[in-house]
Design a protein around this ligand. Structure first.
Ligand SMILES: CC(C)(COP(=O)(O)OP(=O)(O)OC[C@H]1O[C@@H](n2cnc3c(N)ncnc32)[C@H](O)[C@@H]1OP(=O)(O)O)[C@@H](O)C(=O)NCCC(=O)NCCS
Length: 313
């Protein structure tokens, strides 16, 4: 079997999406594997966010798998990585990890990783071959939300005048940089706006921007129908971080409910005990638990002091 890894083209996306659902649906034992993920989208949205960071694997000329790489400044991660079940355990997955490592190098990422199934010996062994090491568990939680009258003292990126948006993106990068040098999730803020997938919720106090959340909502986003999903959320570090985090969550709940969502999904590393406990105290229930694997084997911003929501899925 000849395996060729190449950039993923727009014309590949329908098949890449099919393989993504089939692979996860099969691994998870779904009766109809193609129904995995419903109408949420992780393939077209990631390709549009950065077409140069999406790769496909061909076996004898036919697409059989894909992988997507995410650049968050000094941090990089990859996924979803999927291979058509007919081609599992024949080396395709490993071939699709290689371009991710090359991009991390080219981008100068100091901390890299991925999210995977914590109970799968195959997954842990596959990524360990490339130097990734499992650290803390990461929980995906969800909570039912109801529409509320007021979002509170929050604003939305989409309502910010165009002339102020670059400054906002820079302020968000400043906030994350204070948590982990060089961490910058501007790609998520811009993808929401450019692709109409949701919005970025902004929390303010005396020092300026003290929290933000990049939130997907509804069909065709990473959330899916009836749902909101906080892809990345952070509160400014310091003595008031917990208070800002609470305000951020209230605003995210109000925003997704106003968009018609009934459920809000958020992932968090269990290394961030205060953030996890805060989510639990607000009624978020864990639904799925996986593990983030890191290279190098260091915490990065997966630390107790980091009031961050993200899951690297
Ligand atoms: C995970 C996935 C991408 C891997 O792709 P793949 O093409 O099957 O992987 P490869 O064949 O390149 O590598 C698998 C490796 O795991 C090894 N392996 C398989 N089962 C194993 C087990 N039970 N214990 C330890 N190692 C195991 C294989 O031997 C192989 O290593 P080797 O080449 O050194 O022998 C693919 O199985 C898939 O799409 N799964 C469903 C979706 C998914 O889980 N995606 C990843 C989420 S993080």
């Amino acid at each position: 079997m000849n395996i060729l890894v190449r950039p993923l083209r727009e014309s590949d996306l329908p098949l890449a999406d099919r393989i993504f659902r089939l692979a996860f649906g099969t691994f998870n034992g779904l009766q109809d594997p193609l129904r995995f993920g419903g109408d949420m989208d992780k393939i077209r949205t990631r390709w549009l966010a950065d077409p140069g960071a999406a790769f496909g694997a061909e076996a004898d000329g036919a697409l059989v798998g894909s992988n997507f790489v995410t650049h968050w400044g000094s941090v990089g991660y990859f996924g979803p990585l999927t291979v058509h079940p007919d081609f599992w355990d024949r080396g395709v997955g490993q071939k699709l990890v290689e371009p991710a490592l090359a991009l991390f190098e080219a981008w100068g990422c100091r901390h890299t990783g991925l999210y995977t199934f914590s109970a799968s010996p195959k997954h842990l062994a596959l990524y360990q071959k490339f130097g990734f090491w499992p650290r803390a568990l990461t929980a995906i939680l969800s909570k039912a939300v109801r529409p509320v009258e007021r979002v509170g003292e929050a604003s939305l990126y989409s309502q910010t005048p165009a002339s102020e948006r670059a400054g906002l993106v820079a302020a968000a990068a400043g906030l994350t940089d204070a948590m982990y040098a060089g961490l910058d999730v501007q790609r998520e803020i811009l993808a929401l706006q450019n692709q109409g997938l949701g919005d970025t919720v902004l929390i303010w106090d005396d020092p300026g921007l003290v929290g933000f959340g990049a939130v997907h909502v509804g069909a065709g986003s990473e959330a899916g129908s009836g749902c909101g999903f906080i892809k990345f959320g952070a509160a400014r570090p310091g003595p008031k971080a917990g208070e800002y985090f609470g305000r951020l969550l209230s605003a995210c709940e109000a925003y997704v409910a106003a968009q018609g969502a009934r459920q809000l999904i958020a992932g968090v590393s269990l290394a961030r005990k205060p953030a996890y406990e805060h989510l639990r105290s607000r009624g978020f229930q864990p639904e799925v638990v996986g593990v983030c694997m890191h290279k190098p084997n260091e915490p990065g911003y997966h630390r107790a002091e980091a009031w961050v929501i993200d899951d690297w899925r």
